[in-house]
Every structure is written in C-alpha cells, then in structure tokens.
Design a protein around this ligand. Structure first.
Ligand SMILES: [Zn+2]
Length: 329
C-alpha cells in the first residue's frame, strides 16, 4: 500500500504536489485500505483490476472486523496530564487563607503591547504578580501561590483550575488593558457576570478570552459545563464574595492606584469561572496610556499596586473570619 500512496501523489499535476499538507493528509487517509500494519500481502501489488477474490485477505485478516475506511486527524497533540501544582509560599499553616495570584497571558501570548515602551502585558503582569506575592507573604497573614512564576502559556481553565485544586480562598487575575484612545487610563476590577455591565466590558472579556484560541483551535472549550454551573447556588455565593472583594480592592488601593470612574465592572471572563473560588480580574491600568505604562513598569508602581492588594486581602479575610461563627474546639 505504501507504493500505492506514492503512486497517488506522483500522479498529481505538479501544482497539486505543492498543495497544502491537508490535501496530502486527505489523499492518504481516504485510502480504502486498512492501516499499514494490517495490510494483507495480496494488497501490496498494483491497484485492483481483477476479480475481487484475488484481493481477499488471508484467513488471519478476515477474522478481523472491517477497519475504518477513512479517518480525519487533527494535529493538536495528546491531552495534557494535569499540571503540577505551584508551590504555596508563606506561613506553613494550612488554616491560613490561600490566595492564588494569576499573572495574565505568558509564553506565546504576549497580551497587550504598549505603544510607548513596547512593553508586553505578559511581562508587566508577571512583575506585578511577584510584587503582590512578596507583599502578601511578608504580611504573614495569608498563604500565596502563583499560577505562573515564569514566562509560560496557560490555558484559561488551567489558571482557575490551579486555584480550585489548591482549594484557594481567593483568586486574583492580573492584567493591563490597552485602548486605541491613548488618554484612557486607570484601573478597573472585574467580576463574573454572564451579562456584561457595558459594551467596553464585553469587548474586553472577548479579547481576554481569546487567549485560549490558537490557530483557530479553542484549547478550553467547556463553556456548556460552565453555563450550567452558573445556575448553581454555590456560584452565586462565590460571585457575591468576589463582588465584595472587588469593592474593597478599589477602596483599599485608591490611595496608591488611580482607578477609573466606574471601576467595578462585570463581564463573562473565562478565567473567573471557578464555581467555588471567589475570583476577580484586576485590570491594573492602560499600558496604551503613557503615565499608566510608566507606573506599571516601574518598581515603585508595582509596589503600590501590591500594597493596595495586600490591604484589601487583609480586610477581606478579617471580615470573612468575623462573619463566620466560631467553631467548637
Ligand atoms: Zn490581559
């Protein structure tokens, strides 16, 4: 059959020989012969012209059910095993709340680009995530894990998946926005809603959700599961806690970080869809704006963002603990 395949390709007119690999794939896979490993000896000759019986496979091969006559192969690689979990940093006390910080984008996905400095969102988010981690660890009040601590790509579901597997109490995804209007500036905090609070929020969610799509293949297509989960009461409670934290973050970070007028917005971000982990997406500013870009790229600016997040995290858990009746010893 191998000679037969060569024959198929060799007979193509010259311009067809240079056609896309997809054509070659189809030429090979639509061949009616079974897989190479099961080819009966009689089938190794030239294309069939004689009576059908001449090509009947031996008894050994006849005993097998007929193989598939064609198959379609999509080269997206094997399903990945679950990612190794990141290290948890901070006090070794499992009773302390765990905060997962997610540096947006990474690897082949640079996120937004600053037209001023050429800085990439993925580098700014990683620097901010590290600064926030350092500040939270130094507070000694919470444990912290980063979804990524280097320049790597993670599918959106893997990001909140890490938080869920670690049983995190709070998930904060860090981003930096970009807009065509270079005067747009300031930070916003997004929480999950299937109905976006405004058109801009919907557009931003669509852009951020695109991180999952590579060469037209959606690497994390589970939206139907998520939709049904959204009806769950657990998710409603989770969303309420996330909204409380979003308001708190704006209040606690306002001295250090410039926020937009309507700073708390809602949209359907995939990365916020953990049903049981309160999650927010912190758009720390616009790297398309000169002042914001400089602020977010500077160590001083990153420390200010980190301080704002740390203050909000501390108040958040102090409130949560106070609101829960003390458990019996
Ligand atoms: Zn982003």
């Amino acid at each position: 059959m191998l000679s037969n395949k060569r024959w198929t390709i060799a007979r193509l007119p010259r311009h067809n020989r240079t056609m896309s690999p997809l054509f070659v794939l189809l030429a090979l896979t639509f061949n009616p012969a079974p897989a190479v490993g099961h080819i009966p000896r009689a089938d190794m000759g030239p294309p069939a012209v004689g009576p059908r019986t001449e090509l009947q496979p031996s008894a050994r091969f006849r005993a097998k059910p007929p193989g598939k006559r064609y198959s379609v192969t999509v080269p997206i690689g094997r399903p990945k095993p679950a990612l190794p979990l990141p290290a948890i940093e901070g006090p070794a006390n499992p009773r302390l709340p765990l905060v997962v910080i997610d540096a947006g984008h990474g690897g082949h996905d640079p996120g937004a680009l600053s037209p001023h400095s050429g800085k990439r969102e993925k580098d700014i988010t990683l620097a901010l995530a590290r600064a926030i981690r350092d500040d939270l660890v130094a507070s000694g009040r919470v444990r912290v894990a980063l979804t990524r601590s280097d320049d790597r790509f993670l599918v959106l579901e893997e990001r909140y998946g890490i938080a869920r597997r670690l049983k995190a109490d709070l998930f904060i995804s860090i981003h930096a926005d970009a807009a065509e209007n270079e005067t747009a500036s300031g930070a916003s905090v997004y929480t999950l809603s299937e109905v976006a609070s405004d058109r801009e929020a919907a557009r931003l969610a669509a852009r951020e959700n695109k991180a999952n799509i590579i060469n037209g293949v959606d690497l994390g297509a589970h939206s139907s599961d998520v939709s049904s989960i959204l009806l769950d009461l657990t998710q409603r409670e989770t969303m309420n806690v996330a909204s409380d934290f979003a308001r708190l973050l704006q209040r606690e970070a306002a001295d250090d970080v410039k926020f937009r007028t309507t700073a708390h917005r809602f949209a359907s971000f995939v990365v916020l869809k953990a049903p049981d982990t309160p999650s927010i997406l912190f758009e720390t500013g616009f790297i398309s704006n000169k002042d914001d870009a400089e602020f977010l790229a500077s160590a001083a600016g990153q420390r200010k963002v980190a301080r704002g997040v740390r203050n909000a995290v501390q108040v958040h858990f102090a409130r949560r603990i106070a609101s829960v009746a003390p458990k019996s010893p």
